[in-house]
Ligand binder design. Sequence first.
Ligand code: AMP
Length: 119
Amino acid sequence: MYDKNNVFAKILRGEIPCDKIYEDKFVLAFKDINPQTRVHVLLIPKGFYKDMNDFSDHGTKEEIAAFLNAIVKVVDILGIKNQGYRCINNNGNDGGQEVPHLHFHILGGQKVGKMVSKN
Ligand code: AMP
């Protein structure tokens, strides 16, 4: 079940601010409050989906296409489209998801290191 009190739901409702990078009918992208790389932006759907499973089960084709297309729009705006970047989706408990609203991390502006840590 989706928790309407999570921090990204509050951002979407305008209850708390964000440092916005891009917005359209279906998505919002904003800077991560605790950046792990020089560029660290979060992309979220405006629909209230908990994670990838929820989005796959209940998202419309239009929402899913818009979300995927927004990744490249955002990296273009950020100026890292050609030099490379990493998208991470932490999903559920084993995936280490902390905020229960679907989000992709877009990381770049430098070499982002190994794909996963071993611990
Ligand atoms: P995850 O562990 O994948 O759920 O990532 C959650 C991310 O949300 C972390 O990288 C946090 O730094 C980030 N975060 C939490 N609260 C905010 C906020 N108010 N604005 C921007 N980013 C946030």
